[in-house]
Structures are given as structure tokens and as C-alpha cells.
Ligand binder design. Structure first.
Ligand code: GLU
Length: 496
């Protein structure tokens, strides 16, 4: 049987470094066995998914060199590869599960479930569905559904005993069934949840090996039940350790840049990033640190996957990037600089901003330095302002960051509308409000228009500059962070 692997991102946010990490390992495994690597878009969360995020993820994976053999854009014989186009398939399997008693319709109202959760929490029990609707007679359940009563489909989970399954990295694992919730498989809007859709697709798409983040390990009992009840044998599973910050916490955009676009914009080379990500879960037989995806593929062996909590350390990544840069000959180096930013495509959006402000061509570079490269380092004195003290500046930067995190569209007008509304809600004149943001984003108070600059830089770079500005302004301890969160939530128009 030929090896088939997949990466299955949900298009609910900007492309994440964790997606590239998983894509890399799945791609390398498939290629090392002459198999195929699939991209599947898991867009069953209708509210949070967007085509713009999907395109962003695909562009970023391609930039990283992690190309797929089958996927929504390139097709393949197991398509469609976008879950929102496979709803009839999930419906059919959900019906099969209900008919065989492997799952049941649940008519419980939100009020009942909330009350149940509250009482379980009060008794210090793990919140879990109590199985009320499991007892419904099949005819009763069918009739209520036929009468138009809203329901979800839940997985029927054994009351007692233990689920045993094998993980390729961690060996045999046991989880008592009583810790496993009767997972919703189909929501009341008829959309499947991740658990049903992923299992059905992995089976129907012929996936033989699943390498994914360890956060899914606890879902294995549910997935195993679904495989069993549909009469399928599961693919081999390998749960890779999650990327961690040097302090051991999980990488998250609240702490460090996690967006692939940040790395792309900041001039990291995709081959250096892939090399670094490879080291997070794998080591070469000779323990060498610098290697290409092709070299990794040639040497790949599932037994060398590591279990340790890999530390995603920006300093080490920057060092590695430097190794790659210095290994280039001058011609390659020039080509890479041009590919990165100094090219027509990248400069085109800047022309309307700079041309009218330029007398001599030499005026150009000082205007766009913070757009093409890093902005200059700032310190607290850069934020000094007639009408805003340090805490005001901090509040502005913090609230802007929160507001922008909640913004789905990232273009000049959306940025302007959101930030002007925020300034109003905070009772600060727009002009004053923008001053600390100019410093945070551009490194100075006089620069090209702020909203255009932010739109150009992209969400990840802007977020990391705002975070840096907060740190420069003295950072936010736990207490202050709580207060800022409360302040923000109390604004009349936080816009979220
Ligand atoms: N859509 C899931 C995610 O975003 C995929 C998890 C899996 O690989 O099964 O992480």
C-alpha cells in the first residue's frame, strides 16, 4: 500500500508556523516512501473560516516549499479536498452511525447543557454530557427529528472500561472511557465537527499515516470509536510534540511571532525555517544540524522522531538563517534579496505613497526603511508625548493590539475604521492616539501614512512591533494585563 499523508489546516487564521511544522513532517514521510502528500482544508467552522485565510495558508506553505500532490487547488482523485464541499459525505456517515447505534441524536437545549455543566463544575466533576438522549427509543428519536426539533448527533461512548490505542511515538496509551465526552459529531446546523469530518476524510482519502500535534492525542479514543463503528481500520498515528517557547509554554502569538508571514517578511529563508522546524521533531543520523528537506527525506525514518518538548528559539533560528545566507555565493545572495522584497511586486503598493513625497531618488530609502526592513529600535523616550503619559501610551498600544487581533479584514480602510472607532471609544483625539502607534510601527512619529503602512506590513509584523513597543513601555505585569483587559472589554465600541 502506498504511503499517503496529509496536513489539514483550518482556515480560521493566518498561516501558522505549527502548520508548516506538521506539513514538513508529513511531506517528508510521503516523499521518503514514494507516496503522496495531501492538503485538506478543514473549513467546517463556518463562522471562523474564510477564503482569505485559506489562500493565505496555501501561499505561505508554498513559500516554505511545502508543496502538496493533491489539494483543493491542484485536485486529485480523492477530492473534493475542502470539507465544506463534502457535507453530503459526512451526513451519510453520521446517519450510518445513528442507524447502527454508534451515535445518537441529542435534543438537549443549550439551557439544559449549561445547567448540567454548571452543576458538574460545582461538584468538581469534569464537564461531560450525561447521556440523557442516549436512552431515547429509535422511533422516538426519528419522530422528533422528523417533526423539525433541533438536534445534534453525539458519539455514544462506553460508560466504563478503558480505551487502548497505539501512538507511533509514544507507544501504547490507555485512557479510561469515563474521561471521554460524548462528542458532538454533527452540529445543529448540519455541519460536522472536526472529529467526524477528519476521521471520515482520512479514511476515504486513503491516508495511511497521520503526523499531527500532540494536542490531538486526547481525541484518539473518540476517533478510534468512529473508525471501529464504521468498520474501518485507523491509519497509523504519530503525535508530535508541540513547539514551545524557551520557558516551556506553548508557542502562541501572544508571546512570539507565530505567523509564517512574519518570518517571510522579516527575511527568513524558507529553507532555513524548514531546517529549523525539522530539528524540532527529528535528528539526522549523524546529528548534523544543517540539512535540506531533500537530505532529511533521504535519511527519514519514523523511529527517529523525538518526543521532547522542542524549543522554538528565535535566536537559534536567526543564527541558522545566517548560516544559510553566508553559504550563498554573491549571485544567489542578490537573487534572494530581490525575491524577498526589492522587487516590482513588493514595491508596487509603495509607489503611490512615496512618489509624491520624493524629490530626489535618494529620498526614497529613508521613507521606506521600516517597511522593507526592521524598524529602528525604540526606547521609552521615543513615546514621550504632550498629552499622553506612559500609561496612556501603553493603553493605546495594548488596546490597538487587541482590536487588531479581532480584525478579519486587513486593509487600509478596515484598519482606519477600527482604530478611529477605538480612539473615539477611548476618548482620545485621533491625532494623539496615533502618535504612540507611529512610534511602535514606524519607529518615529513622522512616517508614511500609518494605516497604509500597517496594511503593507501585514498582521504578524504589526503585532510583533506592538508587542515590542509594550515591552519598551515597561511591559505589562499580570495585574496590569488584567486591568487592561477589563478596560478594553468595558469600552463602548471595542468592535468585537
Ligand atoms: N484541522 C485540524 C487543525 O487545524 C487538523 C488536526 C489533524 O491534523 O487531525 O489542527
Amino acid at each position: 500500500m502506498s504511503v499517503r499523508t496529509r496536513v489539514a489546516p483550518s482556515p480560521t487564521g493566518d498561516p501558522h508556523v505549527g502548520t508548516a511544522y506538521m506539513a514538513l513532517f508529513n511531506l517528508v514521510l510521503a516523499r521518503s516512501q514514494g507516496g503522496r502528500f495531501v492538503l485538506r482544508i478543514e473549513d467546517t467552522d463556518q463562522e471562523r473560516s474564510s477564503p482569505a485565510f485559506e489562500t493565505g495558508i496555501m501561499d505561505a506553505l508554498r513559500w516554505a516549499g511545502l508543496d502538496w500532490d493533491e489539494g483543493p487547488d491542484v485536485g486529485g482523485e480523492f477530492g473534493p479536498y475542502r470539507q465544506s464541499e463534502r457535507l453530503a459525505i459526512y451526513r451519510q456517515h453520521a446517519e450510518e452511525l445513528v442507524a447502527s447505534g454508534g451515535a445518537f441524536r441529542c435534543f438537549c437545549t443549550k439551557e439544559r447543557l449549561d445547567a448540567l455543566r454548571r452543576s458538574q463544575q460545582a461538584n468538581r466533576e469534569t464537564p461531560r454530557y450525561d447521556g440523557l438522549c442516549r436512552g431515547l427509543e429509535p422511533t422516538q428519536s426519528r419522530d422528533r427529528a422528523a417533526n423539525g426539533e433541533a438536534y445534534v448527533v453525539r458519539l455514544d461512548v462506553p460508560e466504563s472500561g478503558t480505551c487502548r490505542f497505539a501512538d507511533g511515538i509514544r507507544g501504547d496509551i490507555e485512557i479510561p472511557w469515563r474521561q471521554v465526552d460524548m462528542q458532538v459529531l454533527v452540529k445543529s446546523d448540519g455541519f460536522p465537527t472536526y472529529h467526524l469530518a477528519a476521521v471520515v476524510d482520512d479514511h476515504l482519502m486513503g491516508i495511511t499515516h497521520i503526523l499531527r500535534g500532540e494536542e490531538w492525542l486526547n481525541s484518539m479514543p473518540k476517533h478510534q470509536l468512529i473508525y471501529d463503528r464504521l468498520g474501518w481500520s485507523p491509519p497509523a498515528h504519530y503525535h508530535l510534540p508541540l513547539l514551545r517557547n524557551p520557558d516551556g509554554s506553548k508557542v502562541s502569538k501572544r508571546r512570539n511571532p507565530t505567523g509564517l508571514d512574519y518570518y517571510r517578511r522579516s527575511g527568513y529563508l524558507p529553507e532555513a525555517l524548514c531546517n529549523y522546524l525539522a530539528l524540532m521533531g527529528w535528528s539526522m543520523p549523524d546529528e548534523g544540524e544543517i540539512f535540506s528537506v531533500e537530505e532529511m527525506t533521504a535519511a527519514f525514518d519514523l523511529d527517529r522522531l523525538s518526543t521532547g518538548g522542542p524549543v522554538f528559539d528565535l535566536t537559534k533560528l536567526a543564527w541558522m538563517n545566517g548560516q544559510y545566507i553566508r553559504a550563498m555565493d554573491p549571485g544567489q545572495f542578490m537573487d534572494r534579496v530581490a525575491d524577498w522584497a526589492v522587487n516590482r511586486e513588493n514595491l508596487t503598493p509603495l509607489v503611490p505613497l512615496v512618489q509624491e513625497r520624493t524629490q530626489r531618488l535618494a529620498d526614497l530609502l529613508p521613507q521606506v526603511d521600516y517597511l522593507l526592513g526592521d524598524r529602528t529600535a525604540v526606547d521609552e523616550s521615543d513615546f514621550v508625548h504632550k498629552r499622553l503619559d506612559r500609561d496612556d501610551c501603553k493603553r493605546v498600544v495594548d488596546h490597538a493590539k487587541r482590536r487588531l487581533d479581532g480584525l478579519t479584514e486587513w486593509d487600509r480602510d478596515s484598519l482606519r475604521d477600527a482604530l478611529v472607532a477605538l480612539a473615539d471609544a477611548m476618548g482620545i483625539k485621533v491625532r494623539d492616539f496615533l502618535a504612540p502607534l507611529f512610534v511602535a510601527v514606524a519607529g518615529r512619529t513622522v512616517a508614511l501614512p500609518l494605516f497604509d503602512s500597517m496594511a503593507y506590513l501585514g498582521r504578524d509584523v504589526v503585532r510583533s512591533r506592538l508587542m515590542d513597543a509594550l515591552a519598551v513601555l515597561g511591559g505589562t505585569g499580570k495585574k496590569q494585563a488584567k486591568r487592561l483587559e477589563r478596560d478594553y472589554a468595558n469600552l463602548t465600541d471595542p468592535g468585537t
